[in-house]
Design a protein around this ligand. Structure first.
Ligand SMILES: *Cc1c(COP(=O)(O)O)cnc(C)c1O
Length: 231
């Protein structure tokens, strides 16, 4: 049986190999371990193996884990699930990052509710790159306006963009989508020098994402094994 430590090591090795293949510095790509639905013991195991960045999708579950794992030093918690406005307060209080901003209203609430004693919340705009109806994220043409709005909020720090590619797309279409994301990142960087994060790539498409400039891959299954119920 492979342990979490073994799988983490292989995930880091694949990132390393993909980076070299793309002519990139492996140190420019971070690994976010997506621990949704997994128990605290699994997160502890990954932490003991050196992992520090964890991603959670569900507010209640995430907050509970952050509280119960307070003894783990140096952890950075990323919220990567859909966020409703009645749940923003605890997210603003407990998480370090929110990668799924898609509305000014949510950005405003997080800004107001982020405790002033804490560092600003690090945020990414979620982009619906395939433009499909009923998919999360803002459409390409609305990214600039939302970025400008976020940039004026003192308790939020705009770090970049994230996307979840559509499952039906072929590999070619996914590469196309990833490349468009890279283009958006560059245009944001020209205006907001602190922007440094292109969050894309999951267990099945880490390599393609890295070829297209991803700086943060979000890996769940390949580290923690398959999930049982919710995905
Ligand atoms: C679940 C999830 C992941 C991880 O997916 P895997 O296929 O298990 O690697 C990454 N990003 C988001 C937003 C997710 O919800």
């Amino acid at each position: 049986m492979l342990t979490i430590a073994n799988r983490l090591k292989s995930a880091l090795e694949s990132i390393h190999d993909s980076a070299l293949k793309a002519g990139r510095n492996p140190a420019d790509i971070q690994l976010l371990a997506v621990s949704k639905t997994k128990p605290n013991s699994a997160i502890r195991e990954a932490w003991q193996a050196g992992q520090r960045m964890f991603g959670e999708n569900y507010v209640q579950e995430g907050i509970q884990k952050i509280q119960e794992l307070e003894d783990l030093k140096g952890v950075e918690w990323h919220f990567i699930g859909p966020l409703q406005s009645n749940k923003t307060r605890v997210v603003a209080e407990y998480f370090d990052w929110v990668q799924t901003i898609e509305r000014t209203k949510i950005a405003d609430r997080l800004n107001e509710q982020r405790p002033s004693a804490k560092a600003p919340l690090q945020v990414c705009i979620q982009v619906n790159i395939s433009g499909e109806a009923n998919k999360s994220g803002v459409l390409l043409e609305n990214v600039d306006a939302l970025a400008q709005h976020i940039n004026d909020l003192p308790q939020l720090n705009l770090r970049g963009i994230m996307t979840i590619p559509s499952k039906v797309d072929s590999t070619d279409e996914q590469m196309q989508a990833f490349k468009s994301m890279q283009g958006i990142l560059k245009s944001l960087q020209a205006v907001y020098p602190q922007v440094d994060t292109l969050s894309m790539g999951m267990s099945s498409d880490v390599d393609a994402a890295i070829q297209c400039g991803s700086t943060m891959v979000r890996v769940g299954t390949a580290i923690f094994g398959p999930r049982e119920n919710k995905t």
